[in-house]
Write a protein that binds this ligand. Structure first.
Ligand code: XIL
Length: 363
């Protein structure tokens, strides 16, 4: 097994991995391949039998799609509400799944009282420190890996403007490194739970380029100075069938050469849908679904071929509940391995086949 865990509590999962197979599932294939296969999920949907059954049968890892974000945990200033996150953790424990936490520091999905609170830097520093400490301690031993900072860079390779960085920021925007606030967040998270794996998570720049170069420079600096970071999350919301996946593999190689893990964290591959009034109706083109499957196949293979790539996660798992519909204003859909009736698609078969081939298979 190549999965690097810190805590012995996950031994149970590994033992489960060695049980004989009954039905082939993504989960069983991933357990055998020594990789985590996960999905983002919404606790409110666990009441739906097919949703819960598919999630627990097919995945050995789950991430809160929104349930551990500021807007859920901190609806009001001064109050923490862990009920949704706790529900997901309970589900995961019952089904022996690992839980990824998402996310501690982001400029989106924040409650209004925070986003428009006109706080001073000193106040924001105190608020962020309290948040990271309280949330990470609450989930210590339950969340094995955190996205500490999400989407910290812009498309020009600059640290993204945000309340945490420079608007007004937590007071570290004008020290010698632009990434000082990111470093501080990792240090606070590590203090709160030294066992948790800490990830920097980023999208729209998974391949080589000005953005990934800037992130790489930060990672190299952090590793060189002993900043507690364990890995990089590559979101992988695939925006085009023409995405240069070879370039992503090359970026993964240089990240792993720094001694960091890689998790593919938010994989989905939207396809164009024709306007039928309802996004994702019957209107996806079959050829597009085949091309989609090939992209899923190549991404799973890319991860399995890099020993540092320890998790593959899709952003949701059924087309019935994917963020892509609203995100694309109904122009795209069908992004996930299961259709709206929880039937496996060609993408599912592609993922399953690659997982079954395992790591370093010669094809
Ligand atoms: C999305 C969720 O899927 C939606 O439910 C929510 O309304 C907005 O956020 N990058 C991220 C995720 O890191 O947190 C985002 O999730 C998708 C883009």
């Amino acid at each position: 097994m190549n999965i690097k865990f810190r805590s012995s509590q996950f031994v149970a999962l590994l033992l489960f991995a060695s049980l004989p197979a009954t039905t082939p599932t993504l989960r069983l294939a991933a357990d055998r391949a020594g990789v985590l296969i996960g999905a983002a999920a919404r606790p409110s949907l666990l009441q739906e039998a097919a949703y819960a059954a598919t999630l627990s049968r097919e995945f050995n890892m789950v991430e809160a799609e929104d349930a551990m974000k500021w807007w859920t945990i901190r609806p009001e200033s001064g109050k923490f509400n862990f009920s949704q996150g706790d529900e997901l953790v309970r589900f995961a424990q019952v089904h022996r799944m690992l839980v990824r936490g998402h996310c501690l520091v982001w400029d989106h999905n924040n409650p209004d009282w925070l986003a428009h609170g006109n706080f001073t830097s000193a106040q924001l520093s105190q608020i962020l420190h309290e948040h990271i400490t309280t949330v990470v301690k609450h989930y210590a031993g339950q969340v094995f890996a955190w996205d500490v900072v999400n989407e910290g860079f812009d498309e020009h390779g600059k640290v993204r403007d945000s309340i945490w960085y420079n608007q007004p920021g937590i007071g570290l925007a004008h020290v010698d490194k632009d990434t000082a606030y990111i470093e501080q967040a990792f240090r606070w998270a590590h203090e709160a739970d030294p066992q948790a794996l800490l990830f920097y998570n980023e999208g729209e720049g998974e391949g080589l380029g000005i953005k990934s170069d800037a992130i790489y420079a930060m990672l190299e600096d952090f590793k060189g100075r002993g900043v507690p970071i364990d890995g990089v999350g590559l979101q992988m919301h695939i925006s085009s069938f023409e995405t240069n996946l070879q370039s992503v593999a090359t970026n993964m190689s240089r990240i792993s050469a720094l001694g960091l893990q890689i998790h593919i964290t938010e994989l989905d591959v939207p396809v164009p849908v024709k306007a039928t009034g309802v996004w994702g109706g019957e209107s996806a083109h079959p050829e597009d679904l085949d091309r989609q499957a090939q992209i899923y196949r190549r991404i799973v293979r890319m991860c399995l071929d890099n020993p540092s790539c320890t998790a593959i996660q899709t952003w949701g798992f059924t087309d019935k509940y994917s963020w892509i519909g609203s995100h694309s204003h109904g122009s795209q859909g069908w992004a996930l391995p299961f259709d709206r009736d929880y039937r496996p698609k060609a993408a599912y078969n592609a993922i399953a086949e690659e997982l079954a081939r395992g790591r370093n298979s010669k094809r």
